[in-house]
Design a protein around this ligand. Sequence first.
Ligand SMILES: [Zn+2]
Length: 91
Amino acid sequence: MKYITSGESYIEIECTSCKKRHIVQEANYSEKRYGYELKPAVKCSCGDGIAVQIEVNKKSSGSKSLIIIIVFLPLIIFAAIVIQALLRSLS
Ligand SMILES: [Zn+2]
């Protein structure tokens, strides 16, 4: 099984042998450092795919935080300029 996507309260995984997709509800998995642990294990109807652990490539979340920095950095600089100007007008 391989990781496809995740939503608010579910993850979607795909059977590597028959490409069938499975939705796992929040109650049936827990987040781990490597990805997700499935409880109970997800078994595919084709009989080949069984998943207990799903590894997730965490690199994508790294680029997400980079985007956040790029978006918020100008805002932080702008706020600093405004605060400086306010302090100057007070003194
Ligand atoms: Zn399958």
